[in-house]
Design a protein around this ligand. Structure first.
Ligand code: SF4
Ligand code: SF4
Ligand code: SF4
Length: 349
């Protein structure tokens, strides 16, 4: 079953418009998390908004050229979100009472227990023990429920791709990590605003920085506990909400959060994944039934042909037998008649 057909089934069932709110989502699977995995620490006090990370990301991921070049800083005049063509973006925040603007790089947080993975019933998203949350487009049915589920509004969809659109988000450069390389954005950052390492070390490093310079940093390591923790961490000199970060997420992982929501809205939420899975199964079953019907039709045609052939053969055989019997009878009669004629001749002599 392809994506188009799956979405068609959802639409036909009137479900695309009836998605539950993000607070009441996800399929309820829980993830154990991988505390030994890697992550990245972003320090907004070191970032100067040069956008080199955006450019490096664009290049290593072979994304389309942006509408405006990476050295065009007028893009910073507006807040941007990640898109299918820009899986990381740097935004500028002018904070009242602060002379210098604050820059924040946005991308997937690679949550320890990702809501996107919880919501994905075909398991296209996986939290890997190494840290990255990966996405497998080959199993994705394009329901885009991950986009609804993500509390950070990160996954984007390739709406422009007519044939095989994918969900796009930062991979933490998982292919590069597998080759022993750094994430491209980390490698290029001229200010070392990005540090790659083991998550537990990064948490320690982050707290070292904020404790040693309490006037420079807000006493908060964003991502240490939010939504059960994230592999991409952040320290900043201002309150997180002033650089566009959500502070209403709590510390409950997506899976447990869903369990709570299940209790609150049992009929909608608990039925949703069942319904999705059911629709998917119905589609699959329909495909399978169509295939079975086609096979049965072929078998039936073959059976009819065979029966017909056997009937024709049998008629032909019966006719041949009859003709043969008549021929034998004729020959016997002829022989008897000849014999009678000979005897009559002998008697006449
Ligand atoms: S490359 Fe570094 S300094 Fe430049 S915008 Fe990105 S994170 Fe900030
Ligand atoms: S930030 Fe969003 S897309 Fe990234 S892992 Fe977390 S829930 Fe998934
Ligand atoms: S880790 Fe890789 S994919 Fe993610 S923002 Fe950095 S360069 Fe882009």
């Amino acid at each position: 079953m392809n994506r188009r057909r799956f979405m068609g089934l959802l639409s036909a069932a009137g479900l695309t418009a009836a998605l539950p709110a993000p607070s009441a989502l996800a399929a309820g699977r829980q993830f154990s998390g991988h505390p030994d995995g890697s992550g990245v620490l972003f320090d907004s006090e070191r970032c100067m908004g040069c956008r080199k990370c955006e450019q490096a990301c664009n290049e290593v991921n072979q994304l389309p050229a942006p509408d405006r070049p990476f050295d065009d800083f007028t893009v910073l005049e507006h807040q941007r979100r990640t898109t299918a063509k820009a899986i990381t973006v740097v935004n500028r925040y002018d904070v009242p009472g602060r002379e210098q603007p604050v820059f924040r790089k946005a991308q997937c947080f690679h949550c320890m227990e990702p809501a996107c993975a919880s919501a994905c019933f075909v398991r296209a998203f996986q939290k890997t023990p190494q840290g990255p949350v990966t996405y497998d487009p080959s199993v994705c049915v394009g329901c885009r429920y991950c986009m609804v589920a993500c509390p950070f509004n990160i996954p984007a969809y390739e709406y422009d791709e007519a044939f095989s659109p994918k969900v796009m988000k930062c991979t933490m450069c998982a292919p590069r990590l597998a080759e022993g390389k750094l994430p491209a954005c980390v490698e290029i950052c001229p200010k070392e605003a990005l540090v790659f390492g083991k998550r537990t070390d990064l948490v320690r490093m982050a707290w070292d920085r904020v404790r040693k310079a309490p006037r420079r940093y807000a006493q908060h390591v964003y991502g240490e506990h939010e939504m059960g923790g994230t592999s991409w961490l952040l320290v900043t000199g201002v309150k997180p909400e002033l650089v566009g970060l959500r502070t209403d997420l709590g510390t409950t992982p997506a899976g447990e959060y869903t369990a709570g929501a299940l209790g609150a809205v049992p009929m909608v939420v608990s039925l949703w994944p069942v319904l999705l899975t059911g629709l998917y199964a119905v589609g699959k079953r329909k495909d399978s039934e169509e295939r079975k019907e086609r096979e049965a039709a072929v078998r039936e045609a073959a059976r009819r042909e065979k029966n017909e052939a056997e009937r024709t053969l049998s008629e032909f055989k019966a006719k041949a037998d009859k003709e043969k019997a008549e021929a034998v009878e004729r020959e016997v009669r002829k022989a008897l008649s000849e014999e009678a004629r000979k005897r009559a001749q002998e008697v006449g002599k």
